[in-house]
Each structure stands twice: as C-alpha cells, then as structure tokens.
Design a protein around this ligand. Structure first.
Ligand SMILES: [Fe+2]
Length: 333
C-alpha cells in the first residue's frame, strides 16, 4: 500500500480524489444490506428520521451514502431542515463527491466553479466537513468536500445527529492544514464474499463527451491521465493521489447517457478468486468477470440496477491502456 505523507503546496482547487457516491435508493435498507453483505462495507452512521445511511470501512467517514427516494405525494419539506434539492421518486445518483486536501483547496475550487458561471446549489458546514454542491453540464450532482476534523469517528457513528449550517467561504481565513487521515486502518466484514477498501472511481456516459470532458478538466480541476486514441473515453485523476477518479465515455447505441458504473477497490486480489461462486451463493448474478494481468474485475448490479465493479489493479494499469484494445479497456476501466 502506498504510504501518503502530508504536503504543503499552493492551492489550485484541484480535487484529490473521488471520495464518495451518494445514491438515491428505492429501498435504502435493502441497498444497505447489499453493500454490507456483498461488498463488505460497514455502516458508519445514519440519519434514521431522514432514511439516509452512510457506509465505509475507514477509508473516510463515508464512501457511500444511500438515501431513500420519496414516495408519490410525499412532501419533501420537514421543519428546520435544509436540503440541496428535493428527493426524486426514482433511484439514481444524488451526487459524486470529490475530496479536497484542505479548506484552501475547497475555496479555490469554489471560486473557479463560481467564476465559470456554475453557480452553487448549496454550501454546507457540517462541523466534520465543509462542502459546496454544483451540477455538471449534464445535470449530475457533484460535491467538493473537505474534512475539518481528523477524529471523524467521534462524530460520525451510529446514533449521532449531524449538525449543519450554511458554509460561507472565506468568512474566516481558509485552513491550509489537512485533516484527512492519510493512512487509515481499513476494517473488514468477514462474512461478505468481497471486501471493499474504498469507493474509487465512477464511469459516466456523456451526452456531449467533448463538453463534459472539458468541464471536468478545466472547471472541476481533474487531470487527464489517458485519452483513448479512438476519442471514445477519457481517464481522469485527482491531485497527488494514485489511480484515477473518473472515466468519461461518449454515448453510443450500447451506452446510454448517465452513470454507467461505480467502482470499488478491493483489499486483496484473493477476493476475485472464486468470486462468481461466492456471489451466486448470495443471490448476486455476475455480469462479467475479467482476470487481466494488470487488473482483475468482477461486475454485478446493485438492487436498483446500478453496475458495480469490484476490482484490484496493478499500479501501472493505466500505462498499459495505450497498447490495449479500447473495448477491453472500457470493460476493465
Ligand atoms: Fe456527499
């Protein structure tokens, strides 16, 4: 495992990595059971009255949030609560969150997005984190978030209440230290067939690929690691963090615009061995499984049909993309 050390550098507003996916679920308890008992991710805390559960093995306070969708006719408003927007009736993405190294990075990102005319939907201070929320040009929710306390387990545990208030960037000088635990201890749900280390990246199929690629590079601040020679897909990375956070692909007859896949890195390649049988024993149908020398993946769908990839990969996997058949590369990415 790569050991990361704290650094000091000028804020550029570039995200460090994709840190969580926040998904609307048609039955959030059923989805919780799936991610807990199949991918082996623990609950860190929940807001029971709002039907929201947060899950992680210690990589951060949540790699995944599951939010119950609204019922037809159900009012969104509840006294004293402020939410970025109303809950939908259907399952799907609420937002992807990008983690910033420190608050100065968050403020720089906020100014760049705001300056590009991408107005924020909401700015929130939740004590443990500060976040700003936007939409990308195709309507996907994106959050830029920063940890403000290192001891998040004291504040994000079963039964806690989450205090929050509006966040005002630069109300006080933004902090330049980082509160991220750079080398977290990863917990394990032994009974699960797979053992996720973290939510690692997402694949999004773009309606307008050039426009969305430009947005994520020039406005969201990701760096392009690889662009397919066919012009079909782009692999985007955060700042000073190994691996990649996002894959953008163009729409085609076989790929509908929207969130295509969410990928979870596994603790060990041993999880891939015999994964098909173990998943089947849990009633999970494997969509495909590939054991490439540089990356091993097993893909299946969550209860709402979201494609989930569980994987292990070699550190030089991306360097090998140049030589790889683009169709195989997309399946592996
Ligand atoms: Fe979030």
């Amino acid at each position: 495992m790569v050991q990361l050390k704290e650094k000091t550098y000028q804020a550029t507003g570039s995200p460090r990595r994709l840190v969580h996916a926040n998904m609307y679920a048609s039955d959030f308890e059923r989805s919780f059971d799936f991610y807990n008992q199949v991918l082996g991710i623990e609950e860190t805390f929940r807001i029971a009255e709002d039907k929201v559960v947060f899950m992680s093995n210690g990589n951060t306070h949540h790699d995944l949030a599951l939010v119950q969708v609204a019922k037809p006719g159900e009012g969104e408003e509840s006294a004293g609560r402020v939410r970025p927007r109303q809950r939908p009736l259907q399952s799907g993405l609420n937002h992807f969150a990008f983690e910033m190294y420190n608050e100065a990075e968050l403020v720089a990102a906020f100014h760049r997005l705001d300056g590009a005319g991408v107005g924020p939907l909401s700015l929130e201070d939740r004590i443990v984190t500060r976040s700003v929320y936007f939409h990308d040009p195709e309507g996907h929710g994106i959050e830029f978030t920063v940890d403000m306390l290192r001891n998040w387990r004291d504040y994000r545990k079963p039964g806690v209440t989450v205090d929050h208030k509006p966040y005002v960037p630069e109300e006080e000088p933004p902090k330049t230290e980082t509160f991220i635990n750079l080398n977290p201890e990863i917990r394990r749900v032994d009974s699960a067939p797979l053992h996720a280390k973290r939510a690692a990246h997402a694949t999004v199929v773009a309606q307008d690929f050039p426009k969305l690629r430009k947005f994520y590079i020039e406005v969201a601040g990701l760096r392009e690691l690889f662009m397919a020679p066919t012009g079909e897909f782009s692999v985007l990375q955060g700042k000073d963090y190994p691996g990649y956070s996002m894959v953008l692909t163009s729409a085609s007859a076989h790929r509908q615009p929207g969130v295509h896949q969410i990928a979870f890195e596994l603790v060990s390649p041993k999880d891939i061995e015999g994964a098909g049988e173990r998943l089947q024993a849990k009633g999970v149908q494997v969509e495909y499984k590939i054991e490439h020398p540089k990356k091993q993946v097993v893909c299946f769908r969550d209860p709402d049909g979201v494609l989930v990839q569980a994987y292990c990969e070699a550190p030089d996997f991306v360097e090998g993309l140049q030589e790889m058949d683009p169709a195989l590369a997309l399946l592996l990415l």
